[in-house]
Design a protein around this ligand. Structure first.
Ligand SMILES: [Zn+2]
Length: 444
């Protein structure tokens, strides 16, 4: 009896799902709600009417100016005498109970002493947009959790409307954000679209505050210079650590603008060099084995060798165990890379250096050319890598990698956007931790 489905055991009372035209009490309730969540000093809510639009039921709430109130000029913000009124316009509000809600209002024109005859300014939106400000913030906040197209589908609106809502949220946020004190920044690049298009991303990576600060096209000197162009001087002079790869254009601009900061070659960028080297060894070996007629043991092994052991799937673990049986160059390269992970665990820089030197010596004897290149790079930039230990405590560990993954996910999820402005806005929206205005009521 107990494991019977509730669908078939419980008797559902369909009579509760009645549908009626709104009575006077219904109207009163909606007005009460609106006055609670979205009250305007100089305007009042009037009648509420059912409307059917494109097969969907919606509510239209008429709005009218409070008696004797004078319209505000949209140009200068001063009140002036009413000139005339325009035809009714609809502004879409946040849906209630799944019903679209519209404010219907006849905009007044102001006879402004300064600007002439102008359309008035209304508190729930701007003159050009048919969505209310509250609804745009509502859509923008959902766009952090779902793709823009999904938001558009769920709320029966267009991709364009969602995009515009996110854009206004980002613009507001960027204008109102506070720089504060920034001790550490991370500079990273991600590839975007096919055909080697890059974006330069600058993050704040302090242990206490992590956020995206800036997005620029390409990965040139100009990309990074434009970042230093917008940050106030006092903020730049407070930067103590800069994490980045050894990308020449970046290094040059960092030296120019933040010469006081200590450059750190961070874990993420060092380890991505390893991944590249490993890929080379594996690809070269796979080619050789195939040529010599061996069975293709290295097929589908790429991820076994690139992932950390704890991140492998069960199938990949079996594959790795199988690979280790062969004394392959790829496997030796893999073991050298995994061994190097220990470097980051050291507490004392002294011991870390000893390990680094010992590891480089071993690798130089390994006859694995791509890894030898990594070893040479590590030797040449010993100080920069050891700066990682000096920065510990200030920089939040693993943060550059975390941001890199999130940024890639954002660009991947962004099917709709083909243009730089759209991807730029999506990245700020997801990663910049931008402020939002305070509302009397939060809908999310
Ligand atoms: Zn004016």
């Amino acid at each position: 009896m107990k494991d019977r489905s509730i669908l078939w055991t419980r008797r559902y009372d369909w009579s509760c799902e009645y549908f009626n035209a709104p009575t006077r009490t219904h109207r009163m309730q909606l007005k009460t709600i609106l006055n609670r969540v979205q009250k305007h000093k100089s305007f009042v809510y009037g009648n509420v009417r059912w409307r059917r639009r494109e097969g969907r039921l919606s509510l239209s709430v008429s709005v009218r100016p409070r008696k004797n109130s004078r319209p505000v000029c949209s140009e200068c913000g001063r009140r002036g005498p009413q000139y005339d009124r325009l035809a009714p316009r609809r502004f879409e509000f946040v849906p209630l109970w799944g019903l679209a809600v519209y404010f219907v209002y006849r905009m007044r024109r102001v006879d402004c002493r300064q600007c002439g005859v102008k359309v008035e300014r209304v508190p729930w939106g701007n003159g050009r947009c048919r969505l209310t400000t509250t609804y745009r913030w509502f859509l923008a906040s959902w766009a952090k959790r779902m793709s823009w197209q999904e938001v558009a589908d769920v709320f029966h609106t267009s991709w364009q409307s969602v995009f515009r809502s996110v854009r206004q949220a980002v613009i507001w946020g960027v204008v109102h954000r506070k720089w504060g004190r920034i001790k550490a920044i991370g500079i990273d690049e991600i590839s975007w679209r096919k055909g080697h298009k890059y974006l330069t991303l600058v993050y704040q990576i302090d242990a206490g505050r992590k956020r995206l600060l800036f997005v620029a096209r390409e990965r040139t000197e100009e990309s990074l210079r434009s970042f230093f162009g917008i940050v106030p001087r006092r903020v730049v002079s407070g930067i103590r650590f800069v994490c980045s790869d050894l990308w020449k254009p970046y290094l040059k601009v960092i030296a120019e603008h933040a010469g006081q900061a200590i450059h750190v070659l961070d874990r993420f960028h060092v380890m991505s060099r390893f991944s590249k080297a490993l890929d080379e060894v594996r690809a070269e070996e796979a080619r050789r084995l195939k040529k010599e007629g061996y069975e293709p043991v290295l097929k589908h092994s790429r991820w076994c060798l690139l992932k950390r052991p704890e991140n492998l799937t069960e199938k990949q673990t079996v594959k790795l165990a199988e690979l280790v049986k062969y004394n392959l160059r790829s496997v030796r390269a893999y073991l050298l890379k995994e061994d190097f992970q220990r470097f980051w665990e050291y507490v004392s820089p002294g011991w870390a250096v000893r390990f680094l030197d010992e590891w480089c010596t071993r690798t130089m004897r390994s006859q694995l050319e791509p890894l030898q290149r990594v070893a040479r790079m590590l030797r040449a930039h010993r100080t920069l890598i050891l700066n990682w230990f000096r920065a510990r405590g200030t920089i939040s560990a693993g943060v550059v990698e975390g941001f890199n993954n999130k940024a890639k996910l954002t660009t991947k999820k962004a099917y709709g956007f083909r243009t730089f402005p759209a991807i730029e806005i999506a990245l700020y929206h997801q990663l910049a931790d931008l402020p939002e205005p305070k509302f009397t009521h939060s809908f999310w």
